[in-house]
Design a protein around this ligand. Structure first.
Ligand SMILES: C[S@@+](CC[C@H](N)C(=O)[O-])C[C@H]1O[C@@H](n2cnc3c(N)ncnc32)[C@H](O)[C@@H]1O
Length: 227
């Protein structure tokens, strides 16, 4: 990257970092979700929302603000999430059956919106990071199949790469609209994109109570990857 472009990137990064501190948001990522919501109208007052990969809680803050006091927000992460008023949190790995079951129990019904800002630990080769990111997106899709209401929305982060097409092929039959978007608060150099899917068709919905049946459990195991 040219020196000037890098300088612009760093200023932008610093701008959102300072703004998050000033406005008491837990992450710069909060602004990405605000920008996505301002453009795509994800949240309505009173909505119920599940946020996957929610720590430290920047998206949870934005979701809670936008759904209001009547709304319900549940966050899941491998890492601890500092308590947030009006928000329920679950510590666990969404690729594990036990976490999926706990989520279904806590939610106790269907939700209007599923969010996923989940990211794998970066460190492998780019193609490995991309494949892991797509895999996490597939778990977010599995959550939708269990608990997203008909007409509901999914916002999911993905690292771009050659498996994007296969991910879009999973999303397109499930939703009436699927759009790939990069919010201004994302770094221009980043390979991350957000897929905004609206109008869940619910045609493949798996009833949550089926989770209790022993034979359904392998569907969620990370080793099998058969979701
Ligand atoms: C970019 S951060 C999320 C930031 C968050 N949206 C915010 O605004 O504060 C990505 C998170 O995904 C979580 N994550 C990655 N894999 C996960 C998994 N399998 N289950 C649950 N959380 C996961 C990580 O622990 C990390 O906290």
């Amino acid at each position: 990257m040219a020196l000037h472009d890098r300088w612009v990137q760093e200023r932008k990064h610093e701008h959102y970092y300072k703004l998050a501190k000033k406005l008491n948001y837990r992450s710069r990522a909060s602004f990405k979700l605000m920008q996505i919501d301002d453009r795509f109208r994800i949240f309505r007052e009173g909505d119920s929302v599940v946020d996957l990969g929610a720590s430290p809680g920047g998206w949870l803050q934005v979701a809670k603000e936008r759904v209001g006091s009547e709304g319900k927000v549940v966050g899941v992460d491998l890492r601890y999430i500092r308590p947030l008023e009006g928000v329920t949190t679950i510590i666990g790995d969404i690729t594990e059956d036990s976490t999926m079951r706990e989520l279904l129990e806590v939610v106790g019904g269907k939700v209007d919106v599923v969010l996923s800002d989940m990211a794998p630990n970066i460190g492998g080769s780019y193609s490995t990071d991309h494949a892991r990111s797509v895999d996490l997106c597939m778990y977010a899709v599995a959550v939708c199949d269990r608990i997203l209401k008909k007409g509901g929305k999914l916002v999911v982060k993905v690292f771009m790469g050659d498996m994007m097409d296969s991910l879009l092929k999973e999303l397109e039959p499930r939703f009436s609209s699927v759009k790939v978007h990069s919010p201004a608060a994302s770094r221009d150099t980043s390979s991350e994109m957000y897929i905004i899917s609206k109008g869940f068709l619910a045609s493949r919905n798996v009833k949550p109570k089926e989770m209790d049946e022993e034979e359904k459990r392998p569907e969620f195991t990370s080793k099998g990857g058969n979701i």
